[in-house]
Design a protein around this ligand. Structure first.
Ligand SMILES: [Cu+2]
Length: 506
């Protein structure tokens, strides 16, 4: 299916009212709900359910001690080799006392297992797909060859399996993750629970002396029965945000930080933006998607958009109780707060932080050198846009890259291996979209918004970067392998509806 449409059940509704008249929209959904309509499969193939009552947040336990991520054990005894199996399957787990929730997980874990390997290691992961639909594993941000990167073209069928093999190059130490990337079904597979973590370590890590903790931030939507519902029309439009925002699968856990520690944070949400702050504390940013910065950067807050990761140093040995907050961020979603399936924008406490006495290693002034990729000899232009359509009397929204909806049989841009490129990415729409490029990291040169040009404040490696409405961001990047790469919006519902394109590297 090439074009995935956003379905409205009210074909007679005008375009303007469709966009701005929440009462009409809500009433339509309400009627559908009470007619016993459950999951609708429209002509587009998009499963869409009416808005529903959700389980109150208080039903999920909170305030429990933070759980460490469970590592994926290395089955290889050979030095420099990491070998393991990841099995994707449906499980019933008790997230809420007394309720069995059906989730789809890697190795039965929520979040998925943590893979830890070193630069230079050979990685061999056998993927067993016990889902009822095709899937892949995409190694988000890692410089792996395209045929090992879980492209939609390389789907592993239901009940199938394959082995992913790649060597981690030098200088790729950083904080990564993995998640499914099949054609069309990525949003569902991720919101039902499929995502895991990947840390590449360096043998000469300037922060090796710091104790380290991991905070994987994800969200979860549970209906009143405690089950994971399909996407509503609003989820497809704005990206899905669950009522529960979890850290390592827990609601508001208590993280004890003794002295000064290194925290790695992941935004594994489908669409939720995280404007993070720790009241009373500076955030010392030391790393982004692709590893360490050149030097630490003190910040009062930072925006972590879906798909991104950061490394922070937190704590100074003084005893204080504070929290990790997600402050209000307006990403210009469509519709209002009246629709009962939109979770109101509020400031949230993601985790309680207990800072206590402990070792406080000095913060190094230099962390690494990020080499300038060199003079660019190619320019790529990418434009994200949204287009309303009323094809066949059905209201739909197309999410487009360079005016086109994703087609897995088409390549949209071509690059040459090793060539330094500037990509000019323009968000020609009214809503924020996070741009993600597969298989490599990039540095941001500058951005342009409202006629103002702003240079990147410091050099950092990213694979995902936010674009404000009508913002243009210029990045510099190199592709290191021949083959097909994806680039897309990392609001998974937008990607799933066509805001994705393909780069053929020759
Ligand atoms: Cu988007």
């Amino acid at each position: 299916m090439d074009r995935r449409h956003f379905i409205s059940r009210s074909a007679g509704m005008g375009l303007v009212s469709w966009l701005y008249s929440q009462p009409l929209w809500a009433a339509t959904d309400h009627a559908a709900h009470h007619s016993g309509m459950e999951t609708a499969q429209g002509s587009s193939g998009l499963k869409t359910v009416p808005a529903m009552d959700l389980l109150p947040e208080s039903k999920l336990a909170s305030g429990l001690p933070h759980l460490a991520l469970k590592p994926l054990p290395n089955a290889s005894a050979k030095t420099g080799t990491f070998q393991a199996t990841l099995t994707a399957a449906a499980h019933e787990i008790e997230l809420v006392a007394g309720i069995k929730t059906t989730v789809w997980l890697y190795n039965g874990q929520i979040p998925g297992p943590l893979i830890e390997a070193y630069e230079g290691d050979e990685v061999e992961v056998r993927f067993v797909n016990q889902l009822a639909q095709a899937s892949t594993i995409h190694w988000h941000g890692l410089p792996v060859p395209p045929e090992q990167d879980g492209n939609p073209q390389d789907a592993v069928p239901a009940d199938g399996e394959r082995v992913y093999r790649f060597k981690l190059p030098t200088d790729c130490a950083g904080t990564y993750w993995y998640h499914p990337h099949p054609h069309g079904d990525t949003p569902e597979q991720v919101y039902r629970g499929l995502a895991g973590l990947f840390i590449v370590r360096s043998k000469s890590d300037p922060l090796a002396g710091f104790a380290e903790q991991h905070l994987v931030i994800s969200d979860l939507k549970l209906d009143a029965q405690g089950q994971i519902p399909d996407n509503t029309a609003d989820d497809w439009m704005n990206g899905r945000e669950g009522q529960f925002v979890l850290v390592n699968g827990q609601r508001n856990p208590v993280v004890t930080i003794a002295g000064r520690q290194r925290l790695r944070l992941w935004n594994a949400c489908s669409a939720r933006y995280l404007r993070l702050a720790i009241p009373g504390q500076k955030l010392t940013l030391v790393g982004t998607d692709g590893g360490l910065l050149e030097a630490p950067v003190p910040l009062n807050e930072l925006l972590l958009v879906p798909g991104q990761r950061v490394e922070l140093l937190v704590g100074d040995g003084k005893t204080v109780q504070t929290s990790l907050k997600a402050l209000i961020y307006d990403r210009q979603k469509m519709g209002g707060q009246n629709m009962n399936d939109i979770v109101a924008e509020t400031e949230r406490t993601l985790a309680t932080l207990n800072l206590i006495a402990g070792p406080t290693p000095a913060i190094p002034t230099r962390l690494r050198q990020i080499a300038d990729p060199g003079k660019a000899t190619a320019l790529k232009k990418v434009e994200f846009s949204e287009k309303m359509s009323m094809a066949g009397g059905v209201h739909s929204m197309n999410f487009l890259v360079n005016g086109k909806s994703y087609d897995m049989n088409r390549h949209d841009l071509t690059s040459r291996v090793g060539e330094v490129e500037i990509w000019e990415v323009f968000n020609n729409s009214h809503m924020d979209h996070p741009f993600h490029l597969h298989g490599t990291q990039f540095v941001v040169l500058d951005s342009r918004l409202d006629g103002k040009r702003r240079n990147a404040p410091f050099r950092a490696l990213h694979d995902t970067i936010n674009l404000r409405p009508y913002e243009t961001v210029r990045i510099k990047t190199i592709q290191h392998h021949k083959g097909l790469r994806m680039f897309h919006c990392h609001i998974l519902e937008h990607e799933g509806q066509g805001m994705m394109a393909q780069l053929l590297v020759k």
